[in-house]
Design a protein around this ligand. Structure first.
Ligand code: A2P
Length: 275
């Protein structure tokens, strides 16, 4: 695996721009998959309490025996655990399942604006950071107004905002907003969940031009945009394929062609109403 770039977060820590996602990875398959990804050179793992695989992910990390300081591990707080006290309890549970002393990045999974608890949740995140059990704090699926609120109330800007981004939902405005605030964008479902997009003739043509696969072209597109990605796969060959994107670049023409695929098409829930 060619070397994976690292990006600096607004709190000074560094994050590998590429890693392994684990949404829908079954807990029992996680140890072997994580072990083999770490053996291939992956150093960044993204999980969540809601994925029900933190134990398996933690087991894989422990079995791989890699120095903790070389790894970047993210997990996320699930919606129904929002609120100050509940957040601390939920975090304790996640950390115990992962069998870690700290996580590199902890995210509020969804803002759930109707519940009105994300500000208290954010304050608990800051407490966990003070305690040293979380290195960097961030959010997921936050809209500009949600971000403005927590920044205004606490003076702390999230290190990342993890949002749905792929060529069918390019999120130019949201990514630009994050950038202006000094927040790095993490793209979830970077491959548009592996569906029709991989068969798109334009993507296939660009793939042929570079001698790469459609998945590699889409992943490289995210890298060129400066987003952080962690495609999920439970197939070791695809896990290897997805990481092999650091020996080529897309040119301006490729980027403008992919820009035309934006259809504003969400595959996941709408953050305004979800939760
Ligand atoms: P699998 O786990 O069987 O490899 P996203 O990250 O956008 O949610 O996409 C994940 C989906 O894409 C999963 O269904 C995964 O299936 C599939 N996938 C991951 N990598 C590739 C690849 N290189 N080529 C084709 N499909 C892929």
């Amino acid at each position: 695996m060619s070397s994976i770039p690292s990006l600096q977060l607004n709190d000074g820590y560094h994050i590998p721009q590429f890693g392994l996602g684990t949404w829908k990875t079954p807990n029992e398959e996680a140890p072997a998959l994580i072990r083999s990804a770490l053996e291939m050179g992956y150093r960044h793992i993204d999980t969540a309490a809601a994925y029900n695989n933190e134990e398996g992910v933690g087991q894989g990390i422990a079995e791989a025996g890699i120095d903790r300081s070389e790894l970047f591990v993210t997990t996320k707080l699930w919606n129904e655990r929002q609120g100050f006290d509940e957040t601390i309890k939920a975090f304790d549970e996640s950390l115990a399942k992962l069998k870690l002393e700290y996580v590199d990045l902890y995210l509020i999974h969804w803002p759930c604006p109707q519940a009105g608890k994300f500000l208290d949740t954010w304050k608990a995140f800051l407490r966990l950071r003070e305690e040293g059990r979380v290195r960097s704090v961030g959010v997921s699926n936050f809209r500009p107004s949600d971000l403005e609120e927590i920044i205004l109330e606490t003076g702390v800007t999230p290190a990342v905002n993890q949002i749905e981004v792929h060529p069918l939902l390019q999120q130019n405005e949201m990514r630009e907003f994050n950038q202006k605030k000094g927040i790095l964008t993490e793209a979830w479902s970077p491959l548009a969940q592996g569906g029709e997009l991989l068969k798109n003739p334009l993507i296939q043509q660009i793939a042929q031009k570079h001698g790469k696969t459609p998945a590699q072209v889409i992943l490289r597109w995210h890298i060129e945009l400066g987003s952080i990605i962690f495609p999920k796969s439970t197939n070791p060959d695809r896990i290897r394929e997805n990481a092999d994107i650091f020996d080529f670049m897309l040119d301006g023409e490729d980027m403008s062609q992919i820009a035309t695929l934006d259809a504003g098409k969400r595959l996941g829930p709408d953050p305004s109403t979800f939760g």
